[in-house]
Design a protein around this ligand. Structure first.
Ligand code: GN1
Ligand code: MG
Length: 368
């Protein structure tokens, strides 16, 4: 057991001794370990230890304040529901800086599983419900209380502007090798950036959104596969509701993984898209404006282009942001997201029809 783990556990006054640790490899940014403690009475209890990547999140203390506010709000509003529980140090902080100046937090480990993919449409619909419900949980939360942990996080226009600035600078001499990718991104620059421009113009409500609605950011019951709780609250900030939808289907309705190198495997699974839509829209529709409902498919396309731009930007600037498993990983991710974005675009009419069908069926049920 590393001294670091012991030092962190002691700061949070965890009872007993750590007996095992295991790295959880889901996230692309932070470092997460499951650490099991043996209590003085011999029973065992697992905890999640997480080191925040402070290059990405420059204000980790503010993140923890945000999380405190958000989880307190949810706990008060829905006392019967599961919320994340973070531990506190003797001086009341829900984080600790270790000797090497790393930023750590510790939360209770929820007995659960995460999923990276799934063919069971009822689980996908339930995931849509869970993310929709998360937005409802925070619908009456004052977003101005939240620190903007990463400014312009889902400002697609700005993400594309940054990418093209780096294409011109070309700090690693890689721009020529990604000409096809940048040409495509240039051709969709305006369309993909449009929602973020309209948001800045006040055409959509400012809501408190999750902003990182990946499938594996929901914990599921091991047996029933019912969602237990939405996790990864680091980017909960004011934002566009439909981007939570878009980012989720980008991941969940892809017929392949986010970094699939064989592009012939990458496409939108319409049934999965529809199942997620049914769950999500069913939860949020009541409070949604018509322009929000009408932009769901465009949001999926836009956020997929945005991710492609972010992965490519990281590739062009030396792979400093996302964790990579091999040298071309960010480029492979870029190509995969571009293939998916193209499919979202080509099948816009079909997918919009699915959204309209979902809305009709929800309205039909209400008037029954
Ligand atoms: C990062 O770390 P993780 O996997 O939760 C990223 C998301 C991306 C995602 C792509 C703070 O999320 O925006 O969609 O990778 N988070 C941050 O896999 O940049
Ligand atoms: Mg995340």
């Amino acid at each position: 057991m590393t001294d670091m783990i012991k030092q962190i556990g002691a700061a949070f006054r965890l009872p007993g001794e750590p007996v095992s640790e295991e790295i959880i490899t889901n996230g692309n940014i932070n470092t997460t370990c499951r650490v099991t403690y043996r209590n003085p009475d011999g029973t065992e209890k697992p905890y999640i230890f997480q080191r925040i990547n402070t290059v990405v999140f420059r204000n980790p203390v503010q993140i923890m304040q945000n999380i405190d506010l958000v989880t307190t709000h949810i706990r008060r509003k829905y006392p019967e529901e599961r919320t994340l529980h973070f531990h506190h140090t003797a001086d009341g902080k829900n984080y600790v800086f270790t000797d090497d100046n790393a930023f750590w937090r510790v939360m209770n480990c929820v007995d659960s599983v995460t999923l990276d993919s799934c063919d069971d449409l009822s689980v996908i619909e339930a995931t849509g419900k869970a993310f929709g419900h998360f937005q409802n949980q925070l619908s009456d939360f004052d977003g101005s209380l939240l620190f903007e942990t990463i400014p312009d996080f889902h400002n697609t226009k700005k993400r594309l502007d940054t990418l093209f600035a780096h294409v011109d600078e070309d700090p690693c001499g890689r721009a020529e090798s990604v000409r096809a990718e940048t040409e495509y991104l240039s051709s969709v620059r305006e369309t993909a950036g449009a929602l973020s421009v309209r948001y800045a113009n006040g055409e959509f409500p400012v809501r408190v959104t999750h902003n990182d609605t990946k499938f594996n950011n929901v914990l599921f019951d091991r047996v029933t596969k019912e969602p237990i709780v939405v996790i990864d609250l680091d980017t909960v900030m004011p934002g566009m509701a439909m981007y939570d939808f878009g980012d989720a289907v980008r991941f969940i309705a892809n017929t392949a993984a986010e970094d699939e190198p064989d592009l012939s495997k990458v496409s939108v699974d319409a049934a999965k898209f529809g199942a997620f839509c049914k769950g999500f829209v069913g939860e949020v529709m009541q409070g949604f404006t018509q322009p929000e409902l009408d932009s769901l498919v465009l949001a999926a396309f836009s956020v997929t282009v945005e991710l492609a731009a972010r992965f490519l930007d990281d590739y062009l600037t030396g792979d400093k942001y996302f964790k990579t498993l091999y040298p071309e990983h960010n480029l492979v991710r870029t190509r995969c997201q571009l293939a998916l974005a193209k499919d979202f675009r080509n099948r816009k009419d079909e997918l919009e029809q699915i959204v309209r069908g979902v809305v009709r069926s929800i309205n039909g049920k209400k008037s029954d």
